[in-house]
Design a protein around this ligand. Structure first.
Ligand SMILES: NC(=O)c1ccc[n+]([C@@H]2O[C@H](COP(=O)([O-])OP(=O)(O)OC[C@H]3O[C@@H](n4cnc5c(N)ncnc54)[C@H](O)[C@@H]3O)[C@@H](O)[C@H]2O)c1
Length: 248
């Protein structure tokens, strides 16, 4: 498979977990990979493993987005594909998935959640979409979550940010329907990664690599505005349509 031969693929949150696995798959398919993360040590390791290059990027900073993408394009060529994947949870998930308490969400943590999970994707799209449009082609896949579609009592703020991504991409897909850039969303169920505490990791059956295969497939073949749920290993991935009504 050489689907990305000669193409630059940019991935955020690519130091570990799903983003690192997506970087490996993209490299195996011939991509030059731009590994973006705040975790410099693991980010550099991903870049070394994939023959790519690492940039320190805090996705919540619009100025850093502009600078980083300009440098990526100067060094690796135009970004044709982007997987906007960086994400955090409000508080560490507990083994028993105890319901969250609002008083535990400090203003600093709340802003950080919005900054990474929601702003980080918005600024990424705002930076990349005009460049891809000018190049005449491109695709952007956003990592949301099953928590972008259903409530999760153990982290309501996480659910809020992940729902926001579904609304953003579905809306942009309509606004930019005539453009050359495809935008879509991956909603994973649980897979084993640093996001989950070790005791929870044993109960999830999917690996980052299995989930990354869905992300790569969406980048290459996903539809405009497609929202794809991959809930569990034993269930096929499914397209989740929006409700059947619209404004106006
Ligand atoms: N693991 C799961 O069960 C699960 C389920 C559904 C969705 N997700 C989503 O998958 C994505 C990847 O998570 P993962 O499970 O691989 O966990 P992970 O912790 O291994 O990966 C997240 C990455 O994002 C990076 N990151 C954090 N803040 C950042 C910032 N400000 N700027 C740039 N990078 C930043 C981290 O350093 C890390 O490398 C996240 O968006 C997460 O919400 C995970």
């Amino acid at each position: 498979m050489n689907d990305f031969q000669g193409q630059t693929v940019l991935i955020t949150g690519a130091a570990t977990g799903l983003g690192a696995a997506a970087a490996e798959l993209a490299a195996e398919a011939g991509a030059r990979v731009a590994v973006l993360d705040v975790n410099d040590a693991d980010g550099r390791k991903t870049a070394e493993r994939t023959g790519g290059a690492f940039w320190h990027l805090d996705v919540s900073s619009p100025a850093a987005w502009q600078e980083t993408v300009a440098d990526v394009e100067a060094r690796l060529g135009p970004v044709r594909y982007a997987h906007l994947n960086a994400g955090i949870m409000t508080v560490p998930v507990t083994a028993d998935l105890a319901p969250a308490r609002l008083e535990d969400v400090t203003p600093e943590r709340y802003r950080r959640m919005q900054g990474v999970n929601a702003d980080g994707v918005f600024y990424g799209i705002q930076t990349l979409l005009p460049r891809m449009t000018a190049q005449g082609a491109g695709a952007i896949t956003v990592t949301s979550s099953a928590a972008g579609l259903i409530p999760i009592p153990f982290d309501p703020v996480y659910a809020m940010t992940k729902h926001a991504l579904v609304g953003l991409v579905r809306s942009l897909a309509l606004a930019y329907a005539d453009g050359p850039v495809r935008l879509n969303v991956l909603c994973p169920g649980g897979f084993s990664s640093d996001l989950l505490p070790p005791e929870r990791r044993e109960s999830v059956t999917m690996t980052p690599r299995e989930m990354a295969m869905e992300a790569i497939d969406l980048l290459l073949h996903g539809g405009m505005g497609e929202v794809r749920l991959k809930l569990r290993k034993d269930l096929p991935a499914e397209a989740v349509p929006p409700p059947g009504f619209s404004l106006g």
